[in-house]
Design a binder for this molecule. Structure first.
Ligand code: GLN
Ligand code: ZN
Length: 440
């Protein structure tokens, strides 16, 4: 729980009475005790505030969104062509080499970026200056990736404080907080947004940054979105609707963003779902329902994409073996997934279930400052090639590079690109019959 709602000076006054952080929950608890002991009249003020909170819920109803959701057809949740067909047209558009190299999205969130944000928040610089500095950062990130000779570039996400908060700040139906910090893991903290009503996109949220990044390079730049399941999983949900209602509404907002990215000339869109696995309920009986709606939410977000648009997704550390068929049902063209810590144990899952689309099993652990050698990476990729045909294999780190420094990133990515190039060469010089063998 975040600690004190009173600190929040920027929350809508209509919304605030409907919320309670830790201190407010304790106050409510003692008010309830008092009311039960001495009668409701004793707590009339608190009850009035709580009624106001309930009224705010009615304000959060957006009939347009509800209508759109109920009109959604099964067809809208399916890509217009199956993966095998899409892969062909995507190959023609993207012209990527075998074993394409890419990263997961973020590049180092340096202290310079954090200082810039702090200056903007304090009003020391205005929005134009803030945006200009972010554009410079994107320029820098693109140049670095071109110099490293990566195949699919990213803009680096410097504009995002957090991958969920960034979207919540821009979506109607969410509020974000100033001081609502909670621990996420280790010493890292986040401010989970709060879903307060029907979710609706107001305007493009990322397309401008992605279009700017794409304008700086001839290589494809991946658009970068946080998926509906993860946005919901890492926010405080509503308690007056089922979670899937919010997830589907968020998915519709993202679906529109995908369309705007396409219009902006982006051919690859990654929809991150690192929280997909952690959302699986502990009770066995509830798991099938969750997996069904979570998969649907991803498809609502992604399936509107043109066949030529390559949809990626990314998932972090987790045991995928039990949910691999649901991951396949998400029907992303490419999934990048953690696997280095477990030394590609992930791949065991593919022994039992052959994943039908493309996959980038992370080839080095971004949580460690140690830099992998090209040899390490070649070995991991060779292990992966036993399970995944080389035509469907991608080369990438296992997560975003936000927490690393540039020196580590450059060395590790150079080793990664080098490893991919070595393997391409050895495959090109392998006789054709043997290549077919390699691919199976
Ligand atoms: N695109 C995000 C990043 O690179 C993904 C983060 C995550 O998987 N948790 O930071
Ligand atoms: Zn990750």
């Amino acid at each position: 729980m975040p600690v004190d709602l009173e600190l929040e000076t920027q929350l809508d006054t209509k919304v605030k009475p409907g919320l309670a952080f830790a201190i407010q929950k304790l106050q409510e608890l003692s008010a309830l005790a008092l009311g039960l002991r001495e009668g409701e009249a004793q707590i009339a003020d608190q009850l009035a505030i709580s009624d106001q909170g309930l009224q705010a819920r009615e304000l959060a109803v957006r009939p347009v969104v509800q209508k759109r959701l109920s009109a959604l057809t099964a067809q809208a949740e399916q890509r217009s062509q199956p993966y095998a067909e899409r892969a062909k047209v995507q190959r023609a558009v993207l012209q990527l080499p075998l074993l394409p190299t890419t990263t997961i999205g973020s590049f180092p969130q340096t202290s310079a970026i954090r200082q810039l944000r702090a200056k903007f928040r304090k009003g020391d610089i205005d929005l134009t200056q803030y945006h200009q500095s972010l554009q410079k950062e994107i320029q820098f990130v693109i140049q670095k990736q071109e110099a490293l000779d990566l195949d699919v570039l990213v803009h680096g996400e410097p504009e995002r404080t957090d991958m969920v908060e960034y979207f919540a700040e821009q979506l109607a139906g969410f509020v974000t907080t100033q001081y609502g910090w909670v621990q996420s893991y280790g010493s890292r903290c986040v401010r989970p947004p709060i879903v307060i009503g029907d979710v609706e996109r107001q305007q493009p949220m990322t397309a401008g940054w992605s279009a700017f990044a794409q304008s700086l390079s001839n290589k494809p730049v991946k658009g970068m979105l946080t998926g509906p399941v993860t946005i919901l999983q890492w926010s405080y949900p509503r308690d007056d609707v089922a979670p899937e209602v919010s997830a589907f509404q968020i998915a519709l907002a993202l679906r529109d963003e995908v369309a705007d990215l396409e219009k902006a000339g982006i051919h690859i869109v990654q929809i991150d779902e690192p929280a997909f696995r952690e959302g699986v309920p502990l009770q066995k009986a509830a798991q099938a329902h969750y997996l069904h709606w979570a998969t649907r939410a991803f498809r609502i977000a992604s399936a509107g994409a043109k066949p030529t648009t390559q949809i990626h997704t990314h998932m972090c550390y987790s045991d995928f073996n039990s949910i691999i068929e649901h991951i396949a049902a998400m029907d992303a063209d490419v999934i990048t997934i953690e696997s280095t810590r477990a030394k590609m144990q992930l791949l065991a899952a593919f022994e039992a279930f052959s994943y039908p689309n493309e996959i980038g099993p992370g080839v080095y652990d971004i949580h460690s400052p140690s830099v992998p050698t090209a040899d390490d990476i070649v070995k991991l990729l060779q292990a992966a090639m036993k399970y995944i045909p080389v035509e469907r294999l991608w080369v990438n780190p296992d997560c975003g590079l936000k927490t690393r420094n540039w020196e580590e990133c450059e060395l590790a990515l150079a080793a990664m690109v080098n490893a991919a190039k070595q393997l391409r060469q050895s495959i090109a010089s392998t006789p054709v019959g043997k290549q077919a063998e390699l691919a199976h």
